[in-house]
Design a protein around this ligand. Structure first.
Ligand code: SAH
Length: 255
């Protein structure tokens, strides 16, 4: 019997943002290994599967990666249909690439299923177009969190003219600000910080590069959150103000 593991993206949280293919994989699953950023509501699609929580949140107690690998391998070799369910997309800061390689090296077939990554979902939920003709010709997804303390090329990021979407940045706002300012980004560059994107408890904090750390503290911004840095972060806001004038601001403040 050939062993197979599905590496599946569960999307950012809203169960309606799950793909049909992810639903099919879940329906077929015998065992589901689930990360802690996955909304458990999606498990309605696999009511009879064995569910194993293997959360790996930065700074928290977590299941060692090697153990997760071995667990997946064991179930796959027993001929079970194994689904590894990850928040967002499995290959965007999700170790999907590493897990796929590890499994394939051991003769296990791997099928990857996209999920909607939190950066895309967060921007859309806030009406931010990550690319926009004449404004942003690209988008760059980066993580502020590295295991080896290697540095990003902040100057290139600051001057690249693309919208920056930063994952795992909540604890590093001061450093991000300093690096981007030093790299030549304008101090008033719009920033949107989106917490719990696509979930009912979603919150968003609008700011700019210079003020973002202070504003985030005042707002009580918590992980999981993404940062969108770029001119587009203010586009929808400006369009609404243009369309509705000051009454829009009053509405927005009272919602
Ligand atoms: N594979 C995931 C990312 C995992 S890294 C994806 O594609 O979305 C974990 C980081 O993702 C968090 O620190 C946060 O920056 C971001 N994130 C995940 N879910 C989020 C959510 N619902 N709202 C905001 N940010 C989220």
């Amino acid at each position: 019997m050939s062993a197979k593991v599905w590496l599946v993206g569960a999307g950012p949280g809203d169960p309606e943002l799950l793909t049909l293919k992810a639903v099919r994989a879940l329906r077929e699953a015998d065992v589901v290994l689930i990360d802690d950023l996955v909304n458990a509501a999606v498990l309605e699609h696999c009511p009879t599967a064995q569910i194993i929580a293997v959360g790996k949140r930065g700074g928290c107690r977590s299941t060692p990666q090697a153990f997760i690998h071995r667990l997946m391998l064991r179930y796959a070799r027993q001929g079970k249909c194994v689904v590894r369910l990850k928040g967002g997309d499995p290959c965007i800061f999700g170790r999907g690439g590493e897990e796929a390689q590890w499994m394939r090296e051991r003769g296990v077939e791997v099928e990857l299923v996209n999920g909607i990554t939190a950066g895309l979902a967060g921007a859309t939920q806030c009406d931010i177009p990550l690319t926009l003709r004449g404004v942003a010709r690209g988008v760059t997804l980066v993580t502020a969190h590295t295991q080896d303390d290697s540095q990003l090329n902040w100057q290139a990021l600051a001057q690249g003219g693309t919208t920056l979407v930063i994952y795992m940045g909540v604890a590093k706002l001061g450093e991000i600000r300093e690096q981007l300012l030093a790299g030549g980004m304008a101090a008033d560059m719009p920033v949107a910080m989106i917490e719990n994107a696509s979930l009912p408890q979603q919150r968003e904090c609008r700011s700019n590069l210079l003020a973002m750390e202070e504003d985030a503290v005042g707002f009580g911004l918590k992980s999981p959150a993404i940062l969108v840095i770029g001119v587009v972060a203010a586009v929808a806001e400006n369009q609404r103000i243009a369309a509705f004038g000051s009454s829009y601001r009053m509405c927005a403040d009272t919602v």
